[in-house]
Design a protein around this ligand. Structure first.
Ligand SMILES: *[C@@H]1O[C@H](CO)[C@@H](O)[C@H](O)[C@H]1NC(C)=O
Ligand SMILES: *[C@@H]1O[C@H](CO)[C@@H](O)[C@H](O)[C@H]1NC(C)=O
Ligand SMILES: *[C@@H]1O[C@H](CO)[C@@H](O)[C@H](O)[C@H]1NC(C)=O
Ligand SMILES: *[C@@H]1O[C@H](CO)[C@@H](O)[C@H](O)[C@H]1NC(C)=O
Ligand SMILES: *[C@@H]1O[C@H](CO)[C@@H](O)[C@H](O)[C@H]1NC(C)=O
Length: 263
């Protein structure tokens, strides 16, 4: 019963504090650097830094790129709040290993007796969540890792709250919101959730797909949020961008496919 009440509370708190993040695919403090054929669905915020290499609104970003404007500043503030709230949740249970691979976990706030955690294979999350992983230093994955969703688990209820940096390996499929105290590096992966770097850079070194949980799209003056992607596919995408091209349709098809990754 206690665990149940605790999870309800986590659910409420995390929904409240991540609500303003989930239209963002990427939030960075210093720079965003992206290489390869990377596609981003959702907004991008950079603040207080200003450097963006490789992402172009209306081309490989379906969404708005916001650099030190009020929305970007707000995004960083919301990220800081979410990071602290998630990090301060009472953990239950505590895990003793250092590798999440092969585990099948039920909803919970997972803390670790070790500071650096890896994922060298697949992690299965079983149930609607929330799932919170409090990692004190680094979170590093191998190549081809998967976070597999089972029995109603969804990316929007999965949080990795990581004290320093996050590194995602090539070919991984990650479901969840990745909150790093410092930087995030993605070496060619699909992330259905968000890359949120509180104090440093987001670097994408090879072709990746980064998909926000609730990217905005606009139908005339009305903002529509996911999961209504199908309506979006017939209209303009993102504030200020009126280019709808073939890549958008391909990306929307991918968005629909990846937003429902389950086994
Ligand atoms: C999220 O945005 C709403 C509406 O703008 C605002 O009232 C709320 O305070 C924001 N939440 C956080 C955690 O900043
Ligand atoms: C808990 O919140 C405080 C701010 O209220 C923050 O300084 C601290 O880093 C947070 N703890 C964790 C583990 O994130
Ligand atoms: C998580 O575990 C670490 C020790 O590994 C501890 O210092 C920290 O207080 C724990 N955090 C919570 C929120 O229980
Ligand atoms: C991880 O999951 C994927 C997709 O279900 C599967 O193809 C792959 O073989 C799994 N890898 C391992 C190491 O189990
Ligand atoms: C998923 O969780 C349910 C409920 O706790 C449990 O009955 C089931 O065995 C779990 N599935 C796996 C594959 O562990």
């Amino acid at each position: 019963m206690q665990v149940f009440i605790c999870l309800l509370l986590v659910s409420f708190i995390s929904a409240q504090y991540s609500a303003n993040l989930t239209n963002y695919a990427i939030i960075a403090a210093t720079t965003v650097a992206s290489a390869g054929s990377t596609y981003v669905i959702g907004d991008v915020a950079i603040s207080p830094g200003t450097s963006n290499t490789g992402l172009v609104q209306g081309w490989n970003v379906i969404g708005s790129i916001r650099i030190t404007d009020p929305a970007a500043i707000q995004a960083q503030q919301d990220l800081n709040i979410a990071f602290n709230v998630l990090g301060n949740l009472t953990a239950s249970p505590t895990l003793t290993g250092t590798d999440l691979a092969t585990l099948i976990l039920n909803p919970g706030v997972y803390n670790f007796t070790t500071s650096a955690i890896t994922l060298t294979g697949n992690l299965t999350l079983n149930g609607t969540g929330p799932f919170v992983f409090q990692i004190s230093t680094t979170f590093i994955t191998s190549n081809n890792c998967h976070i597999i969703l089972l029995n109603g688990a969804t990316a929007s209820h999965i949080y990795f709250q990581v004290g320093s940096s996050i590194t995602i390996g090539t070919g991984c499929i990650i479901n969840g919101l990745l909150l790093a105290g410092t930087s995030i590096t993605v070496n060619g992966a699909t992330v259905n959730g968000g890359l949120y770097a509180k104090d440093a850079a987001v670097t994408i070194t090879q072709s990746s797909i980064i998909l926000a949980v609730t990217p905005y799209c606009y139908i005339g003056p009305t903002v529509v949020t996911a999961p209504d992607y199908t309506t979006c596919s017939t209209v303009h995408h993102s504030a200020g961008s009126h280019r709808v091209n073939i890549i958008h349709f391909v990306l929307l098809a991918l968005a629909i496919a990846f937003s429902t990754i389950t086994v």
